[in-house]
Design a binder for this molecule. Structure first.
Ligand SMILES: Cc1cc2nc3c(=O)[nH]c(=O)nc-3n(C[C@H](O)[C@H](O)[C@H](O)COP(=O)(O)O)c2cc1C
Length: 199
């Protein structure tokens, strides 16, 4: 039987027998992904690894393939420190995360045809697409052995200035990327029958 540490190592694709490297299954990715609020200090993630992660988001579906999601990656120390000041009480939680990613979506694309919203949903479709893209991001991150925290608590106006984000984009989440330094608790999930109706 695998020890807990060994199981985690396997999930992180390090393997316990020395040379054998195993990829986590999709279910393992789903169940081992949690919002992480403490990160290992001193561990780095390369730009190439972040590129691989963001490439995975391009497989996400989007409204009429509009692909409205955009990402601003703070991987250098100066930008990363600047972002840390713009996420309120999240600062302590992600202080040791080596990468902070701001996600936005271009407005007036998803949900629009020739500049006119096709229905009352309007730019909510852009937010929908960005959420889908971010879901791919956090799951791919887990599959690569990383951990994440999506943060809605952030100062969007200051982030816009910091990254020169145009007014045509809506700033949604900041996503921390790093290595877990805590074993998170699994949150209580609502019973399926409370949220699903079969007919
Ligand atoms: C849109 C969104 C915004 C969030 N904002 C924050 C945040 O600012 N700070 C934080 O610690 N967690 C934040 N979270 C994480 C949620 O609290 C977390 O996903 C939820 O409690 C379920 O836990 P789990 O992700 O471990 O399954 C956010 C999650 C989402 C999807």
């Amino acid at each position: 039987m695998l020890s807990f540490g060994c199981l985690m190592a396997t999930l992180l694709m390090v393997g316990c027998t020395g040379s054998k490297v195993t990829s986590p299954t999709l279910d393992e990715v789903f169940t081992s992904r949690r919002s992480i609020r403490a990160y290992e200090p001193g561990k780095t993630i390369t730009e190439d690894q972040v590129r691989e992660l963001l490439l995975a988001t391009q497989n996400a579906p989007s409204w009429a393939n509009q692909q409205p999601s955009k990402y601003y990656v703070a991987i250098g120390e100066e930008k990363r420190n600047a972002v840390l000041e713009l996420i309120g009480g999240n600062k302590e939680r992600v202080a040791n995360a080596p990468v902070l990613i701001v996600s936005t979506f271009e407005t007036g694309k998803s949900g629009f045809f020739r500049g006119t919203p096709v229905d009352a949903t309007g730019d909510l479709w852009g937010a929908y697409d960005n959420g889908l893209s971010n879901a791919y991001l956090i799951l791919k991150a887990r599959a690569m052995g990383f951990d994440t925290l999506i943060m809605g608590m952030r100062q969007a106006d200051d982030l816009r200035t910091l990254f020169s984000i145009p007014a045509s984009e809506t700033i949604l989440a900041v996503i921390a990327l790093g290595y877990r330094a805590e074993e998170p608790r699994i949150p209580v999930h609502r019973p399926l029958d409370e949220v699903v109706t079969f007919y």
